[in-house]
Design a binder for this molecule. Structure first.
Ligand code: SF4
Length: 183
């Protein structure tokens, strides 16, 4: 919601229309079902991109907009090939649209991005956006974290502990099965 409000504010400033593609969390959870434990940049993110890009291409088609792009493509935390694949797939589902496949991290665009973030004092979110992407916040000093995140730390920690235990169990199982095969 905070990021959406920032977007609305910026569009108003630029005099650009804002189309609200507010997302449906329950539908998103259904889309990524079974992939909750995937790491960031893994299969869950690919599904997430697919959902977002289909929604974007659908609106673009409805409004007669030929090319669409995404702020995801400017992030160094995202796999560009996953975004590209999801966006091209979405464009193929909505004829008349095409993905503007530009590398927003090159040609001085990252620097321009930083300038805009600073001059507009945009909110800087410390994690990607979903509840499964908050684990790395545990590596930050608590003094860096806002109070609403501090309140969530026990839940985030419990999930990370569960994932570590699961990975450990899978490793042990793998070693046992390899030894069984050798025997
Ligand atoms: S919100 Fe971010 S981390 Fe979560 S599934 Fe989507 S792309 Fe991946």
């Amino acid at each position: 919601m905070v990021r959406k409000n920032e977007c609305v504010r910026y569009c108003e400033k630029l005099g650009v229309s804002f189309v609200d593609g507010d997302y449906d969390h329950a539908f998103w959870r259904e889309t990524v079902k079974g992939l909750e434990d995937e790491p960031e940049r893994g299969a869950r993110c690919r599904q997430c991109f697919g959902l977002r890009m289909r929604a974007t291409a659908k609106v673009a088609q409805k409004l007669g907009i030929e090319h669409f792009t995404t702020t995801l493509a400017g992030s160094r935390w995202k796999r560009q090939n996953q975004i590209r694949e999801a966006a091209n797939e979405a464009a193929s589902l909505f004829p008349g649209t095409a993905y503007w496949d530009k590398d927003w991290r090159k040609g001085g665009l990252q620097e321009r991005r930083k300038e805009i973030i600073q001059s507009e004092q945009f909110y800087n979110q410390l994690w990607c956006g979903c509840e499964f992407s908050m684990g790395h916040l545990l590596k930050r000093p608590e003094s860096d974290l806002p109070s609403y995140i501090l309140d969530m730390i026990p839940t985030i920690k419990a999930r990370e502990d569960r994932l570590s235990a699961k990975t450990e169990a899978e490793k042990t199982e793998g070693v046992a099965s390899a030894e069984e095969k050798k025997a």
